[in-house]
Write a protein that binds this ligand. Structure first.
Ligand code: TYM
Length: 328
């Protein structure tokens, strides 16, 4: 069975972008693949986090995995810091990387622009991400479009390792949805929807109350004109809303165009809001149940044990190949 690894940072609220770009595919892949899904808290601390918030967000992301349909009996779900091999291989990967490679990463450029002083962890972030993936010899990595560059670097590092120390690491393939890989912000169709945007009206959080969802969608920015047409270049904002609509309903983009022909943006947005509510409400309900059930720590312990079994074996092989003296 082919193997899958992916992760989401425990920094801030998850958005419908995370759901469409990543989580939905996790749920799909778990029936046909051996899946490892991580809540990457070591990545989250590459920007300052308040201790009580980090804890809350880590548990919230884990609960959202399960609420979205990730099944602890099919997939191993674990917190990255519970498997110390990640930090250890992360260090090894940074020693195989070049400054220029990390400097080129657009996520680093974007995030460092927003900081007064740039943390070293933000810079070496891709080394740790490569470790996450390579520890599991993952065949596939389901991610949104913004992680493509990190994936390419991971592949380069795996190849470099194999050439220098002998074949050992699997070269992973990205798994990026054709539509929905880049859900845009509600207030600006040229910006990615992001949980770290200071304006909460720019994103649909998975845990937004139904009335908040309706309000945000109603006031979302739309392109000039009134035709509901899919044209990401000339009509990025309405096209983005149509992508969300399509994911939250059974209608294809073409069918949405037909449905709203001549009706304008108003009725489209009203229906979109109801589809988003109908998609997120059951997830929110399950989320509440999971959080109050006290089961979360049990699932995460089980996931970490399963993950550590695989990760520790790979790390041992890597260290052996590199000439480390292994513990006696
Ligand atoms: P993160 O935590 O920013 O996002 C988690 C996943 O959600 C996707 N995503 C989106 N997809 C579509 N539209 C959007 N607006 C949108 N926003 C986010 C991301 O592409 C991602 O798949 N570096 C990673 C976390 C990570 C990781 C890994 C991922 C660490 N180690 C190993 C895969 C494998 C990140 O920052 O994702």
């Amino acid at each position: 069975m082919k193997r899958v690894l992916s992760g989401i940072q425990s920094s801030g609220k998850l958005t419908i972008g995370n759901y469409i770009g990543a989580l939905k595919n996790y749920v799909k892949l778990q029936d046909t693949h051996e899946c490892f899904f991580s809540i990457v808290d070591l990545h989250a601390i590459t920007v300052p986090q308040k201790p009580e918030e980090l804890k809350e967000q880590t548990e919230a992301v884990a609960a959202l995995y399960f609420a979205s349909g990730v099944d602890p009996n099919k997939s191993s779900v674990f917190v990255q810091s519970h498997v110390p091999a990640h930090a250890e291989l992360g260090w090894i990967m940074t020693t195989l990387s070049y400054m220029g490679e990390f400097e080129r990463m657009t996520q680093f450029k974007d995030k460092s622009r927003k900081q007064d002083s740039i943390g070293v962890g933000l810079f070496t972030y891709p080394g740790l991400m490569a470790a996450d993936i390579l520890l599991y010899n993952a065949d596939l990595v389901p991610v949104g479009d913004d992680q493509k560059q990190h994936l390419e670097l991971t592949r380069d590092l795996a190849n470099r390792f194999n050439q220098r120390f002998g074949e050992c690491l699997k070269i992973p393939e990205p798994y990026i949805p054709e539509v929905g890989a880049r859900i845009m912000s509600l207030d600006d169709g040229s910006n990615k929807m992001s949980k770290s945007n200071p304006n909460p009206n720019s994103y649909i959080a998975m845990l937004d109350e139904p009335d908040v969802l309706r309000k945000k969608i109603k006031r979302s920015t739309t392109d000039s004109g009134r035709d509901v047409l899919f044209d990401p270049v000339n009509k990025p904002e309405i096209s983005n809303l149509m992508t969300i609509y399509s994911y939250c309903s059974t209608l294809s983009i073409k069918e949405i165009e037909q449905e709203y022909e001549g009706k304008g943006y108003g009725p489209f947005k009203k229906d979109l809001a109801e589809h988003v509510v109908a998609t997120l409400e059951p997830i929110q309900q399950r989320y509440k149940e999971i959080r109050s059930s006290g089961e979360l720590s049990k699932y995460l312990k089980q996931g970490a044990e399963q993950a550590a079994d695989v990760a520790n074996e790979t790390l041992r092989e890597i260290k052996e190949k590199m000439g480390f003296v292994l513990p006696y």
